[in-house]
Design a protein around this ligand. Structure first.
Ligand code: RB5
Length: 152
């Protein structure tokens, strides 16, 4: 599997831990930066990760910032991206099985590297359930992306 990985300065250290771990699992990492802990803007790293997932250069994406919140908001602006902000192993499994998420966001200032690595392993290795009810719900979200209107 190819995993696109990006972080801002708030997630830079955890990104490096996760990069090493994913490579040890036998997967390929496309690291889009950032490359040091100087202050940067998280959307600038969410963009290349989401583009790589959507154009097929990567199978999945992982985004790290201080909280994971900015990254998850930015990623979910892209039609076709389903990004989950996850800080526990139960949600890591559930969001793959139920939501077929293709991007994972986490916050370096929220969780430690041990838990983050457990989350990454579960999220990467869990398949979408393909159960009809979950497929239907994802299809409804896809319809929102195409047709959302705001009713007065
Ligand atoms: C950067 O200070 C911080 O705001 C960012 O990493 C992230 O937590 C935003 O959601």
């Amino acid at each position: 599997m190819k995993v696109a990985l990006g972080a801002d300065h708030g997630g830079y250290h955890l990104k490096n831990n996760i990069k090493d771990f994913i490579i040890k699992l036998g997967h390929e990492v496309i690291d889009v930066g950032c490359d040091c802990s100087d202050s940067v803007d998280y959307p600038d790293y969410a963009i290349p990760v989401c583009e790589k997932v959507l154009n097929g250069d990567a199978d999945k994406g992982i985004l790290i910032c201080g909280t994971g919140i900015g990254m998850s908001i930015a990623a979910n602006k892209y039609p076709g991206i389903r990004c989950a902000l996850v800080h526990d192993t139960f949600s890591a499994k559930a969001t793959r099985e139920h939501n077929d998420t293709n991007v994972l966001a986490m916050g370096e200032r929220v969780i430690g590297p041990g838990l983050a690595i457990d989350i990454v392993k579960i999220w990467i290795e869990t398949e979408f359930s393909n159960e009809e009810r979950h497929v239907n719900r994802i299809n409804k979200m896809n319809t929102i992306e195409k047709e959302a209107t705001i009713h007065p």
